[in-house]
Write a protein that binds this ligand. Structure first.
Ligand code: AMP
Length: 188
């Protein structure tokens, strides 16, 4: 079974490319952002806690995210592969994922790192904000999310580089061309 980390800053196309991967490869998928938004919509305790972090452009604490992930891992037992979308976002989360997979005799197969220039990210997220209904797709929060990415999330790249799992993907250009580069990595 392939375990794929789909990584990149906010607006780099993780959600879009996850859909493409699911269609072509039939992998299971977990987006921690989607799970948190569902928790918020259902007004659960986790959702209420997460809301303040999300709207401030900050990361939800590692312990909550790791617990959330641990609860879903077993649901993928029969999948051909799994895409982790928007997780891990800190080195602590990457270490926790490695441990969870090791307990199952597995490991991350590849980390796909979508590379997109910052101004392009801002343009995309502002555009998305016009229709997404997401309370964090506004310029002020977008800038905070990018700062959070640069400070807390980008070190995850080095973690996977050292682990021999890093595959950089040019994330600018047509969705089809970007997906073709992803397929090259997934077919290896
Ligand atoms: P996303 O949908 O991936 O852009 O995530 C939206 C927001 O949810 C992020 O800005 C964070 O506040 C929170 N979030 C999603 N995934 C994580 C994660 N792995 N660790 C911490 N916070 C997360």
């Amino acid at each position: 079974m392939k375990y794929v980390v789909l990584f990149g800053p906010p607006g780099s196309g993780k959600g879009t490319q996850s859909e493409n991967i699911i269609k072509k490869y039939g992998y299971g998928h977990i987006s921690t952002g989607d799970v948190l938004r569902a928790e918020m919509a259902n007004n659960t305790e986790l959702g209420k806690t997460a809301k303040d972090y999300i709207e401030a452009g900050k990361l939800v604490p590692d312990s909550l995210i790791i617990d959330m992930l641990a609860k879903t891992m077993d649901s993928f037992a029969d999948a051909k592969g799994v895409i982790f979308d928007g997780f891990p976002r800190t080195v602590a989360q990457a270490v926790a994922l490695k441990d969870m997979l090791a307990q199952r005799g597995a490991d991350v197969s590849v980390m796909l790192n979508l590379i997109v220039e910052e101004q392009e990210l801002i343009n995309r997220l502002i555009e998305r904000g016009k229709t997404s209904g997401r309370s964090d797709d506004n310029l002020e929060t977008i800038k905070k999310r990018l700062d959070t990415y640069n400070e807390q999330t980008s070190p995850v790249i080095d973690f996977y580089k050292e682990d021999g799992k890093l595959a950089n993907i040019q994330g600018m250009g047509s969705i089809e061309d970007i997906f073709a580069s992803i397929c090259v990595e997934l077919d290896k």
